[in-house]
Write a protein of this length. Structure first.
Length: 211
């Protein structure tokens, strides 16, 4: 499951993408979007949520607090067959996400980007925490399409800017889905102790430096 993503984007990138999405910015928070190579579970991350007639960017912790003591945070949430019309929906801005393969640590690390887009958002949910704790978010997952299936049996729901309003405001018809084959590009950024199979290496492109 996705437990690591990258955010190499700036406020101008986000403004341009929001214009494509047709969403107004209710709050200007450039300090919330510093370049970040690795955002991991339980780290703070920038999240977009509905605010009045627009959206605002706020900082939240990645991972819902577990119901059981010592259990792991709920950082991914299965979206299969669920109705999110009454949920607190959000968008998590990113420039890439990572998946890992192999049985032995360190595992091979693979970087996924959206072709022809400098950034995307992950469909997510957010909630308040009790006792004054920071709000938290989780990413939605579905069965994978061919771009991710060779690397993992689940895939986070990545959305291009033109799809942001549909999720955040539940505009338009159609159910939540992962992008079709050919939407994502993958590169190997770190080889692990277990050498990746030829099948996986054949799918990878040379590592692309983040902007």
């Amino acid at each position: 499951m996705c437990n690591n993503y990258e955010r190499h984007l700036n406020w101008s990138n986000l403004q341009e993408a929001l214009a494509v999405a047709g969403l107004n910015v209710a709050l200007r928070p450039p300090a919330l979007l510093p370049p970040t190579r690795d955002v991991r579970v339980s780290d703070d991350g920038a999240v977009l949520r509905a605010a009045g007639n627009g959206v605002e960017a706020v900082t939240m912790r990645w991972g819902f607090r577990p119901a059981r003591t010592k259990a792991a945070p709920v950082f991914n949430f299965r979206a299969d067959g669920r109705d999110f019309s009454d949920s607190r929906r959000c968008l998590i801005p990113a420039s890439a996400f990572f998946e890992f393969t192999g049985d032995k640590a360190p595992k091979s690390k693979w970087r996924f980007t959206m072709r022809d887009e400098p950034m995307f958002c992950v469909a997510g949910l957010w909630k308040d925490e009790e006792h004054g704790q920071t709000c938290s978010f989780t990413m939605l997952t579905l069965p994978p399409r061919p771009d991710v299936a060779p690397f993992h049996d689940r895939q986070i729901v990545t959305l291009a800017p033109k799809e942001w309003a549909r999720w955040l405001c539940l505009e338009g018809a159609g159910s939540l889905d992962v992008p079709p084959a050919g939407t994502l590009a993958v590169s190997l950024v770190r080889q692990g102790r277990d050498e990746p199979s030829g099948e996986l290496l054949a799918l990878a492109h040379p590592a692309r430096s983040a902007a």
